[in-house]
Design a protein around this ligand. Structure first.
Ligand SMILES: [Zn+2]
Length: 256
């Protein structure tokens, strides 16, 4: 994991965009986790349409403490990625019922598969030492799709990161769990059950994070968008939030 992402100092989280809705994170307490890692060409289907960007990490290298899946579509919970991660690492898996069922069908041991639902609160990694807590939050997409809010760090130096997963714009995205987030990772592609970039700007305006990272583009040729549209709309709206567009595989640290 060290080579995939540097361990951050207190008060900071390092993250790496994996493309599409996928992120890799590392906490000051050295908990590592991935959300929606899509690291193969599986979703291209029989035509095997090439990805716009190659997977930045090989699935077998994803030696994280936890993998979280927002919903059971293959560009988020990819059977090929998940089977490789399960076989080559000791990661634990957290997802809603439909995804958990698929992990079982892939042969992932039941003790490593944790079924989650909106309202759940989790701790990632070794509970005795972990500095990463998770709130499972609402998403409007597939039947049991969810989003995640991570609270990272201890004492007064916590960072809160909201990863929307795939979702339409919905008033239920605004909840006590999604208030006071420092970082928002938001889908912007405006199709296939996801909010438009204008709606993503509105979500950003109302949540007022310090940093927003747009996602869900640059991987699938038939389902991408120019992130500059989001950046320009955020600028036109006069948002105080920093918009930070990452390249596929690019690492950064948040909030600063
Ligand atoms: Zn998606």
């Amino acid at each position: 994991m060290t080579e995939l992402l540097a361990r951050p100092p207190d008060g900071v989280v390092t993250l790496r965009w994996l493309g599409q809705g996928g992120f890799l994170f590392r906490s000051p307490g050295d908990v590592t986790w991935a959300v929606d890692p899509y690291l193969t060409n599986y979703s291209s289907g029989p035509s095997r349409v090439e990805r716009l960007n190659p997977p930045p990490v090989a699935p077998a290298e994803l030696a994280v403490d936890a993998v979280l899946g927002s919903h059971c579509h293959s560009d988020h919970l990819d059977p090929e990625t998940l089977a490789a991660v399960a076989a080559h690492t000791s990661a634990e898996f957290y997802t809603a019922a439909e995804g958990a069922r698929m992990l079982g069908e892939l042969g992932v041991e039941a003790r490593r598969v944790h079924t989650v639902a909106v309202g759940d609160e989790l701790t990632l990694g070794d509970p005795a030492r972990s500095d990463v807590r998770v709130a499972v939050v609402f998403a409007e997409h597939t039947g049991d799709a969810v989003g995640f809010v991570f609270t990272v760090g201890r004492g007064g130096r916590t960072i809160r990161i909201y990863v929307t997963g795939d979702t339409l714009f919905n008033e239920r995205l605004f909840s006590p769990a999604t208030q006071d987030v420092d970082v928002l990772c938001v889908c912007i592609n405006g199709r296939g059950g996801n909010m438009t970039y204008e709606e993503a700007v509105e979500l950003t305006r109302r949540l007022a994070p310090r940093v927003v990272i747009p996602m869900h583009f640059a991987v699938m040729p038939h389902n991408t968008i120019d992130p500059q549209l989001f950046v320009d709309a955020a600028h036109a709206a006069g948002l105080a939030t920093e918009t930070r567009v990452l390249g596929v595989g690019e690492a950064t640290q948040v909030p600063g």
